[in-house]
Design a protein around this ligand. Sequence first.
Ligand SMILES: [Zn+2]
Ligand SMILES: [Zn+2]
Length: 318
Amino acid sequence: MGTCEVQRTTNMDLVLHQFDEHLLTPYVYPETWLEDDIIRQALSLFVITLIGADLMYLLLASFSYVFIFDKRLTKHPRFLENQIWIEIKATLKAAPYTTMLTVVMFLIHIRGYSRLYDRIEEAPFGYWSVPLEVVTFLLFTDSCIYWIHRGLHHRLVYSTLHKPHHAYKITTPFASHAFHPIDGFSQSLPYHLYPLLFPMHKYLYLTFFVMVNFWTVSIHDGDFRVPEFMKPFVNGSAHHTDHHLYYNYNYGQFFTLWDRIGGSFRDPSSYSGEGPMDQILNSEKLEDFMNKKQDFIEEKISLTAGYKRQDSKVARRR
Ligand SMILES: [Zn+2]
Ligand SMILES: [Zn+2]
């Protein structure tokens, strides 16, 4: 491999470069198919992204389901029959189409149109650039997702694009990626747009790409606990659960900021003891109370019947 080629490959996307170097170039593609051929890049990215995304989804959602998700939520009357399988099937069915759209964005980055950089020396403000990128990436993507998500609730597109994700009123971690492909892609578009507009370190970008998947799973995991100091400004599972239940509230992704500005903020029902878990526990308490009441009435009837029998025996003896 010549110096020119080394230079070219080091500028390419980190993940694709690793796959090319260790697997695809030596073992998969013919020698004549160059690494920077756009069709080869698109094909490689499609396969890597699809397998990676499906595996990450299944692993994260399974981990969250086993260790975090409160299974009592499946007893809620609005929880669908076989819902978990429906969520998984919907996600895996949409994944190839969402990946196709995502690959277009990756190609734009890889072909050199993004402002991603490799080394901290290339950063505009040295090491200070990293925390600045963290804050601006979160604020930029959160703002964009709020408006895109709100737009997806418009009556012209809602039933085709976004309603499938709202089929789940009480979500499990497996609902986190269950979107119509255009819905899923459009809500991830801000993550691709940021590095086209602003400089960003490649490692930070990759880290965020994994972290946002953790976040998406976490707002669907039905774990409504949030540290007290974060409650006013972090859009957690409690907020997103209410979004699935009551539609026009809490469109945000990370923060409650835009919901407050846009007038769509709703204090989560679970914070005031009226969330889905409270409804389940209250109905169980009510059922328990009704059962006890029924037992008490039956006991009283049998006792009364016993007394009556005794009274009639006494009367006959007289
Ligand atoms: Zn929605
Ligand atoms: Zn959701």
